[in-house]
Design a protein around this ligand. Structure first.
Ligand SMILES: [Zn+2]
Length: 295
């Protein structure tokens, strides 16, 4: 290999691969629903841990049993730590579980069927693993925790506290403020693969993590992410809420204009490699180029 080629491969180290991310979405959906206690959930959880290990992450598993809707659910968050073990840390979050019931499906006979979770579950996982690929190629200067949350999607609108159970478990285990192991900022990626991508500011994030929302604006400008819109549109209950309540500023990066949301049509044909690549570039900018990324 010539020095010129070597230089070229270094320059491209931070370029995410949208096709690879899309393959990871398809692979997750092919395992079946990722409902805690099911084979698909076990398979995807094990795969996330082995991918993180292969890519050089230091793994922590947070296993606990939570009771939701009168049932005990075995949950397990998986954390992959990258970059320096000391100094400032930031965290990127995605949930890997999928919703047990497709209660927004236009066909009410399907409301008891599980959601395939290509976008709602699969896409965020694929983006975080794409960041892991980049960090495997070049370690970031800042500590980065990739946090794969379990148990996000049990809730109903009448019982909002049934949502984000994995995030609550993570928040309750956060080291105290000032502890070096505690991240100072969080970026949540949820439903970020829609081929018809449109990411608007989420209102809870804009109100409670204003600086981070502005950082995402900066990231989208810097990476020419033309499907990011710096204006609030939706207010969403998601995994960032327990984190905000625990004092960890976190922005929810979410495309909530997704017709297949919580339906049996949330399948990989709705997802594009281009959208996954665009969001992964924003995530990579946060990890490598933002003010938080400097030591
Ligand atoms: Zn959902």
């Amino acid at each position: 290999m010539s020095p010129l080629l070597l230089a070229g491969s270094c320059r491209t180290a931070e370029v995410p691969d949208g096709a690879r991310a899309l393959e990871r979405v398809k692979w997750q959906v092919a395992q079946g629903p990722r409902i805690p206690g099911t084979p698909g959930h076990t398979a995807v959880r094990g795969w996330i841990a082995s991918e993180l290990t292969r890519l050089g992450g230091r793994i922590e598993r947070q296993a606990f049993v939570d009771t939701v809707a009168g049932r005990a659910w075995p949950l397990e968050n998986i954390i992959g730590r990258f970059g320096p073990a000391s100094g400032r840390r930031i965290a990127l979050f995605a949930h890997f579980d999928t919703r047990p019931w497709a209660d927004e499906d236009p066909d009410s006979s399907k409301h008891d069927q599980p959601v395939p979770g290509a976008n709602d579950g699969g896409s965020g996982v694929a983006v975080l693993l794409e960041v892991a690929e980049l960090m495997h190629a070049r370690a970031p200067d800042v500590g980065v925790d990739l946090v794969f949350l379990d148990g996000e999607d049990f809730g109903h609108s009448t019982q909002p506290d049934h949502y984000s159970r994995g995030s609550r478990g993570y928040a309750s285990r956060l080291p105290p403020t000032g502890d070096a192991a505690r991240p100072v900022a969080g970026f949540l990626f949820d439903m970020v693969g829609d081929a018809d991508l449109g990411i608007w500011d989420e209102a809870n994030s804009a109100a409670r993590a204003t600086n981070l929302v502005e950082l995402v604006h900066e990231a989208s400008r810097a990476t020419a992410a033309r499907h990011f819109h710096p204006e609030a549109r939706h207010i969403v209950i998601d995994d960032h809420i327990p984190l905000l309540e625990a004092g960890l500023p976190t922005v929810d990066i979410i495309d909530f204009d997704y017709p297949a949301w919580h339906t049996v049509a949330d399948t990989p044909d709705k997802i594009s490699a281009a959208s996954l690549a665009e969001v992964s570039r924003v995530a990579a900018w946060l990890v490598y180029r933002s003010a938080l990324a400097k030591r």
